[in-house]
Design a protein around this ligand. Structure first.
Ligand code: HEC
Length: 138
């Protein structure tokens, strides 16, 4: 009498064991949001090609406000009454993480327009290298 019962409960127990484990990724709404790049270090290596492209891009999209040297003393900045940090001063970005600069260039902030989808991620990372480089000529 006891034996079949035992067998039955063993079957039930092992049956539970066969149930798939809850899979957290099966519920996208519970998945953590993709981490912002803010704390990320620059994953792109400095190359002459990357820097050359970034210099060009900076010339098109950034220089009118930040100036060729990065000091921010431009007519447009004056006209728009922008308060710009001096990017040619190494202190300006000393405490700013690479990822935060990436996010800023991608998304913009206040009166600074973001590159959005105009620039590929690796182009933005090269711009991060480039703006850091602006303070390395002093
Ligand atoms: C229309 C003018 C304008 C243009 C164009 C512009 N910026 Fe800016 N930028 C600003 C302003 C304004 C700030 C200050 C934003 C703030 O901190 O409120 C700023 C801040 C910055 C900073 C400092 C971030 C910090 O944390 O202190 C960096 C780096 C920067 N810009 C890079 C760029 C790059 C690279 C481009 C081109 C892709 C660019 N900017 C284009 C106006 C501009």
């Amino acid at each position: 009498m006891l034996k079949p019962l035992l067998l039955l409960s063993t079957l039930i127990l092992s049956g539970f064991g066969l149930l798939p484990k809850p899979n957290p990724t099966a519920f996208p709404q519970d998945a953590p949001p993709a981490p912002a790049a803010t704390t990320k270090a620059n994953p792109v290596k400095v190359t002459p090609e990357g820097m050359a492209r970034a210099k060009k891009q900076y010339g098109y999209d950034c220089e009118m406000c930040h100036g060729a040297t990065g000091d921010g003393k431009t007519d447009l900045a004056k006209d728009m009454k922008l308060t710009l940090v001096d990017l040619s001063d190494p202190k300006s970005l000393a405490d700013v993480q690479d990822g935060a600069i990436f996010d800023l260039i991608k998304n913009g902030k206040d009166k600074m327009p973001g590159e959005g989808d105009r620039a590929k991620p690796d182009e933005i990372w090269n711009l991060v290298h480039y703006v850091r480089g602006l303070s390395q000529t002093k």
